[in-house]
Design a binder for this molecule. Sequence first.
Ligand code: LR7
Ligand code: MN
Length: 593
Amino acid sequence: FTSVTWTLLLFIYFNVSEESRTFKHVPIKGLEPYKPFPKKFNPRVTRTPFKLSDRQKNNGVRNQFGNRIEDLAEGNSELLPEMGMIFNEQDQEVRDLGYQKHSFNVLISNRLGYHRDVPDTRDPKCGDKFYPSELPSASVVVCFYNEAFSALLRTVHSILDRTPANLLHEIILVDDSSELADLKNELDEYIRTNLPTKVKMIRNEKREGLIRGRMIGASHATGKVLVFLDSHCEVNEVWLQPLLTPIKEDHKTVVCPVIDIISADTLIYSSSPIVRGGFNWGLHFKWDPVPFSELEKSEGVSAPFKSPTMAGGLFAMDREYFNELGQYDSGMDIWGGENLEISFRIWMCGGKLLIVPCSRVGHIFRKRRPYGSPGGQDTMAHNSLRLAHVWMDEYMEQYFAVRPELRTKNYGNISERLSLRNKLNCKSFKWYLDNVYPEMQLPGPNAKAQQPVFNNRGHKRPKIQQRGRLFNLQTKKCLSAQGHPSQKGGLVVVKDCDLNDPDQIWSYNEEHELILSNLLCLDMSETRSTDPPRLMKCHGSGGSQQWLFGKNNRLYQVSVGQCMEVTDPLNLKGYVAMAICDGSPLQQWRFES
Ligand code: LR7
Ligand code: MN
């Protein structure tokens, strides 16, 4: 790799048109050949600080995205707070269309590229563990429908980069009849030229949904163990060995990693609390605290513990056992319910379900599902009805108590699933509740409301860092509510500053929220960065309510990647909006106590 090549690259770089420089899922050919990281797979934890990998830096130099990522990060590689900065209209389009189609920040996803380091979120005790050198090999099945190209490839590359080759039998991608053009020829081409042959592609002729999709993927698999992942995941260091070990010990053990959080707005990877799976009588999955009795005293949270249910997307299971146990209910459509169905079936029919805290996989959690079912049906209700009729015995009544309208709804033919339950000689639902999920309560006078866990910030109120008026340097006016400050959805405008007006008092806290008179948070629309900011209930999960004071007194909005500006040049109404950060005085704000 010589200076000739570099000259050539620079030549290409300076000659691409403005348009082709904007990253549109186009891996520049020949620039990013697949090279597995030359890493040693040591089960010991190395707590390296999260930093830009050389690949990411190179991405900047190559200008794959039109911007240098080192510049965007401005040295703060811990948070990459300005990774979503919008520089031009194309960026804005990628961002806004991305939110519409995928419900997460695709601009940032594209800029991250297909490889990145993620923080090692494992408990330090995991570093003391050794795994057998002989482990069964895994077929990883990733079913996707209209996934963002860069998120899908980061899923695949994270597996290739962080899994010992001898344990990775294959990766099976199942395209569930996606409509997005780049997921067809371009993806095939990428796989052919950049990925090892163990990455395989199956295309469903029609939309099957993730449940039949996974069954199709599994039917092509030839590894000993099946691992299912969503198509927007990133696996962490030494993720697979801790999953395979308990399966090797007992092939009827099904295991889940801890699902770390990849923010939909910032793509920041962060650690999840240690929780386990439960459900409510509406048959919605929920996270519960892990009972103290479940945690092994000597090993604390580094030993696998039992979980009544799984979230659904990320788990590993012996392939023969998957088939023996009846795969999934192929009468279930598109999305929903299959996770509780397989959880009940595992426990009731002689298996067990564990969460393995030393295995960590990140997943992009989004606020809204960006797709529906082809006929607009509520597939969650259809699927839940099926599972209730097959597995829940008399406790099905609890479901109908919550959803009385479903009592008479048709749910198709379940005779095969009933004979499966019979053939496998499965225990009753009462046995499951008594032995696996005794915390589950029946509604009644004595039922206590269970503490929800895994909400965004529990009872802790973030510390306030600054309080005062938000002064615009150009107009010399202050940011206030247009109407009443407690009105949800209200706009903000600049008005003459008034020392005595409590409605001009903002607090800025450690979560980077801007709260007006201790009531509502300044918030940006998820799907349209052209909408003005509004006052909304504080949700505590960053992104659309996260504001950063940056250089030139700018006020940067994290999920829209733009700066707040007074738009009205004559300043009659004092309107503000988000605009490309350009350092102009209309975009300059100062906190005044
Ligand atoms: O028609 C479809 N065809 C598909 O192939 C619809 C979806 N899919 C794919 C999709 O591209 C994705 O890879 O199926 C996967 C899951 O769909 P998501 O990501 O839209 O679902 P989710 O993450 O909101 O949903 C969770 O619950 C689902 C119930 O059916 C599945 O079990 C998902 O796998 C599951 N995800 C997780 O468990 C990740 C952690 C979330 C939590 C809690
Ligand atoms: Mn998902």
